[in-house]
Ligand binder design. Structure first.
Ligand code: NAI
Length: 242
């Protein structure tokens, strides 16, 4: 029970890595707040995760985040953990990328992380403790063909992480990031088969990762076991960047 009675918000938790993380956190005793823009999926996820609550939140819409945070504070009186996991891709090569594709991905993956953290952290400051874990990517370390917008957001999330780790560390709040490699979720399954095979070849473990494997990394960084870990971008990729 590494997260016994902790109140944890996981954004984008209706599916994929976020769902696996929410489920793992609940197994470790956390009260998990599933925050996702997909209103049907968020309720279905709540039914599958004991003790969880569902909040329809769009991370680009500050009013929807504020409403959820207010409700959580009224019900539980604190927020111990924030997992900024919600993210999207809209891939195209530089010359083909539309302004709308660029803006949409920046809005969700970068500004969304800023919005949620800025609205949750004041409550952590009041409590004098908290843990924030942000979803970056290996693409936020070495870039990727066709992902001008997405890789910029994932580099940016590492920038947020290191900046907030400095600003908030002395107040008892740790901020870290996870850089997953290629994980078998809907986001990755949408990639062309030949690219997926190439990725499996390039990973030194010879396969894609699973959402459950990423959930364990989030669990470590969110738990007190990582009490002296701050400002880290932890790559969990089977060693693909070696
Ligand atoms: P996914 O597509 O399976 O799930 C993403 C979830 O986020 C969905 O439930 C979706 O409804 C939600 N979401 C999307 N936009 C939202 C918004 N504006 N507000 C609230 N919720 C929103 O994605 P996956 O693969 O589980 O990825 C999760 C995170 O991990 C993302 O930030 C992604 O960039 C990152 N990541 C994923 C990798 C992978 O290989 N799957 C690799 C590296 C990073």
């Amino acid at each position: 029970m590494r997260l016994k009675d902790k109140v944890a918000i996981v954004t984008g938790a209706a599916k994929g890595i976020g769902f696996a993380t929410a489920k793992r956190f609940a197994q470790e005793g956390a009260k998990v707040m599933i925050a996702d823009v997909n209103s049907d999926a968020v309720k279905a996820a709540m039914d599958l995760i004991p003790g969880s609550e569902a909040y329809v939140v769009n991370v680009t819409d500050r009013a929807s985040i504020e409403a959820a945070v207010d409700q959580i504070m009224q019900r539980h009186g604190r927020i111990d953990i924030l997992i900024n996991n919600a993210g999207i891709t809209q891939d195209a090569r530089l010359v083909k990328m539309t302004e709308a594709q660029f803006d949409t991905v920046i809005d969700v993956n970068l500004k969304g992380v800023f919005n949620c953290t800025q609205l949750v952290v004041p409550h952590m400051l009041e409590a004098g403790k908290g843990a924030v874990v942000n979803a970056s990517s290996v693409v936020g370390i070495y870039g990727n063909f066709g992902q001008t917008n997405y890789s910029a957001t994932k580099f940016g999330v590492i920038g947020f992480t290191k900046t907030w780790a400095r600003e908030l560390g002395s107040k008892g709040i740790r901020v870290n990031a996870v850089c997953p490699g290629f994980i078998a979720t809907e986001m990755v399954k949408a990639m062309p088969e030949n690219i997926l095979q190439d990725i499996e070849r390039r990973s030194w473990l010879g396969r894609l990762g699973t959402p459950e494997e990423m959930a364990n990394v989030y669990l470590f960084l969110a738990s007190d076991e990582a009490s002296y870990v701050n400002g880290l971008a932890l790559e969990a990729s089977g060693g693909i960047s070696l």
